[in-house]
Design a protein around this ligand. Structure first.
Ligand SMILES: Cc1cc2nc3c(=O)[nH]c(=O)nc-3n(C[C@H](O)[C@H](O)[C@H](O)COP(=O)(O)OP(=O)(O)OC[C@H]3O[C@@H](n4cnc5c(N)ncnc54)[C@H](O)[C@@H]3O)c2cc1C
Ligand code: FES
Length: 316
């Protein structure tokens, strides 16, 4: 318990927009500063946890900024909050208590994320969180292998930074993949040894590899194939290595197979359409194995989003 707030407790708070920067076409980086009480709740948020934003009152961006593919759906009402992971959580101590800054990487896909484009510095948004259970980092961990697919990247970027800050002895390597170069929510640069790397991981001192399905950047093929080659070459020890994955479900299923083939533990962050975010509406079920042939449904928002890959029945 820190400053009277138990880990696992959540609430509704306000957060002020510090910046909302376009990083590439359809991708934005949003920085928020939580109010004093929210900061106390979010100061111990771990990678893989998430929040829900109320975007219902935000205006649409000017017509010319709306991508043509979204013009029809743009005017739909936003009834439900929308879930977002954090790509970073920074806790600034002060004598009045902690001040927490959150970074969110988002992709413009529909009416709510379109409205997020209109957030400007000083706007106040309503936040529910921190929600869910994040990645587990055992004390014995020596090597972390991060596999990110498309917009699965933000919680793994948070995890990379978190490991560097709190588990600096853990060797971390990141693999990030997408259909094409434009779908990677990162800045690419040429690394010293390995060709294209991700700047956001490079500044953390974490080596990275890029894979694209169409070969427009880095390894041509699925990110799990790229990680598989690296695993064959490096053979990390199963006892102290964990594979952490976030991305589309077919990619998570492949990551789970890869982990099994190399006898590694694997934690996957699952995505489901979410309504309430707090375990009430039952809209986010994930099928989980409970025995050789039995399964039960767990809630992605409350029991996850992170699960042990060996337990998940993946939907193809
Ligand atoms: C735990 C969690 C963490 C997330 N973190 C991030 C993040 O860090 N950055 C980010 O950009 N997005 C993230 N998302 C997805 C984000 O919530 C959706 O993109 C957003 O709600 C879309 O809202 P919209 O109204 O703009 O589009 P909508 O019209 O609601 O959706 C646009 C399209 O995206 C699909 N879609 C929307 N939400 C999901 C989902 N949860 N799973 C699968 N498909 C979906 C829809 O089927 C539709 O095709 C996260 C989702 C979850 C569940
Ligand atoms: S989103 Fe409502 S139960 Fe998970």
């Amino acid at each position: 318990m820190k400053n009277g707030v138990n880990a696992g407790h959540k609430g509704v708070f306000t957060a002020e927009v510090l910046s909302n920067q376009q990083i590439r076409e359809n991708y934005y980086r949003l920085n928020l500063r939580l109010d004093a009480i929210g900061s106390r709740y979010f100061q111990s948020a771990v990678p893989g946890q998430f929040l829900e934003l109320d975007l219902s009152e935000l205006p649409l961006p000017p017509e010319e900024k709306i991508p043509p593919a979204l013009r029809d759906s743009a005017h739909r009402h936003i009834l439900l909050r929308r879930p977002f992971s954090f790509s970073d959580v920074i806790v600034l101590p002060s004598h009045e208590g902690p001040c927490v800054k959150l970074e969110i990487l988002y992709c413009v896909l529909g009416p709510a994320t379109l409205r997020m484009m209109s957030l400007t510095s000083g706007t106040v948004v309503n936040v529910l969180g921190p929600l869910g259970n994040g990645f587990t980092i055992p004390k014995t961990l020596k090597r972390a292998i991060l596999i990110a697919g498309g917009m699965g990247a933000p919680p793994l970027l948070h995890l990379g930074g978190y490991l560097k800050r709190h588990f600096s002895e853990v060797q971390t390597v990141c693999f990030a993949g997408a259909r094409s170069c434009e779908d990677l929510p990162f800045t690419l640069k040429i690394g010293n040894i390995t060709g294209l790397v991700l700047e956001e991981f490079d500044v953390l001192g974490i080596p990275s590899r890029v894979a694209t399905d169409d070969g427009s950047a880095g390894f041509k093929g699925f990110v799990t194939e790229c990680a598989g080659q690296w695993l064959s070459d490096n053979r990390p020890h199963p006892k102290d290595t964990i594979l952490y994955a976030c991305g589309p479900e077919p990619m998570l299923a492949e990551a789970a197979k890869l982990a099994e083939a190399f006898d590694l533990s694997c934690q996957v962050s699952m995505e489901r359409r979410m309504a309430c975010g707090i375990g009430l509406c039952q809209s986010c079920a994930v099928e989980i194995k409970t025995g050789a042939t039995q399964t039960e449904y767990k809630l992605c928002c409350k029991d996850g989003p992170v699960f042990d890959s060996r337990k998940v029945v993946f939907q193809r």
